[in-house]
Design a protein around this ligand. Structure first.
Ligand code: UDP
Length: 364
């Protein structure tokens, strides 16, 4: 029988699912069909109660990111996290144990901050010896909820993330700096290099899996400015935005997508991305050599990503739609744009998922 790798994630936004899928594909890429792999949405599968909170992520980050920030900082406290674990334990722990006993994985990999303490406990209570690896999908600023001393290996994206993990009690030798796991498709697309690029400057607008941010307003401003390039919008699960923009007539070519699995292809057609500071999207954009204009971010959780983009000079931050459009026009013809592309080559880690897969193999 094939050894099993069990992945724990949650469908909040798009980042956690993307990260888990990226590692699954990387494992398959390196060792085709050798292992059986399964992804489990922990909150949907194991807890009716907590799934209500998971489901709140989309509307909260769309309509009140501030509230998300408040919750983030409020929970940045060991005692409160222990309380939360206690409350959620009756809902999740039994189900997790059942899952582990049924599936008998050879290794468990988590890409979510809120399941790690409970998973450590669940493994222990089953009496099985199963290695537990956590790939942290917040590349710079880390919430302490991620860290549980019982985890066997943490994979992080940057030295800053490692520093935080150590601060929250992880021994250094259990932490490896590798990068954000992104789908190997990005690596393949970027290696081919021969982009089917249009001769017109192409701007890609994204807002994470939920289509958050001000994409609608930016399209209006592009139109008002007499934009001469092309624009591609990925509205994600934001149906309202998708419908509204699909009905829009613009003086420039505009392609609008809902939730799509063509992000690598669409990035390959683009010259610049305008986006929320989602960690997945930023890592993918860097892999595809796209300078980034960040227009929004989640307080707390995504602030480190914004600092990273500015500090490494791989993009800019600009909130007001009108200024974003001015920036798009100005940037393309500056030396700085070329400079940014050089910097991107230095900081991008398109192979991270493959390296994470190799780490997993060392436990099998
Ligand atoms: N994504 C996708 N299709 C879409 C929109 C988003 O596959 O239509 C993916 C995107 O490529 C990225 C993830 O969803 O991998 C978004 O993750 P990110 O960390 O940027 O933000 P989140 O959605 O988690 O807030």
């Amino acid at each position: 029988m094939k050894k099993k790798i069990l992945y724990l994630f949650s469908d909040t936004g798009g980042g956690h699912r993307s990260a888990a899928t990226a590692i699954v594909r990387a494992v398959d890429h390196l060792q085709k069909d050798k292992y059986s792999q399964e992804m489990v949405d922990v909150f949907a599968a194991c807890s009716g109660f907590l799934n209500v909170f998971a489901k709140m992520y989309a509307p909260v980050i769309k309509y009140s990111p501030k509230l998300w920030g408040q919750l983030y900082y409020w929970l940045d406290d060991q005692r409160k996290l222990e309380q939360l674990e206690k409350i959620s334990r009756p809902f999740i722990l039994q189900e997790l144990k059942k899952l582990i006993l049924e599936q008998r994985p050879a290794v468990i990999v988590s890409v979510h901050p809120l399941v790690n303490h409970l998973t450590v406990r669940a493994i222990k209570e089953t009496g099985l010896k199963i290695p537990f690896i956590v790939a942290i999908t917040d590349p710079v600023t880390l919430h302490r909820a991620w860290i549980s001393p019982g985890v066997d290996l943490y994979v992080v994206a940057t030295p800053e993330a490692k520093k935080s993990a150590v601060k929250y009690g992880m021994p250094e030798k259990k932490i490896k700096i590798i990068g954000m796991p992104i789908d190997p498709k990005f690596l393949l697309k970027s290696k081919i290099g021969g982009r089917p690029r249009s001769k017109h400057f192409t701007v890609l607008l994204m807002g994470g899996g939920e289509g958050a941010g001000t994409m609608g307003e930016i399209v209006d401003e592009l139109e008002a400015s007499g934009f001469k390039g092309r624009a591609i919008i990925i509205a994600g699960r934001n149906k309202r935005l998708e419908t509204k923009l699909k009905a829009k007539k613009t003086g420039f070519p505009l392609k609008v997508f809902g939730f799509t699995d063509k992000v690598p292809e669409l990035m390959a057609e683009s010259d610049l991305i305008v986006t929320k500071a989602g960690p997945g999207t930023i890592a993918e954009a860097l892999a595809m050599n796209l300078p980034i204009i960040i227009t929004s971010w989640l307080p707390g959780q995504e602030e480190g990503n914004v600092e990273f983009v500015v500090r490494e000079n791989v993009g800019r931050v600009c909130k007001e739609p009108e200024r974003v459009v001015r920036l798009i026009r100005e940037l393309q013809s500056t030396k700085e744009f070329a400079e940014m592309k050089k910097n991107i080559k230095r900081v991008s880690r398109p192979e991270a998922a493959l390296d994470i897969a190799r780490q997993i193999f060392t436990f099998l």
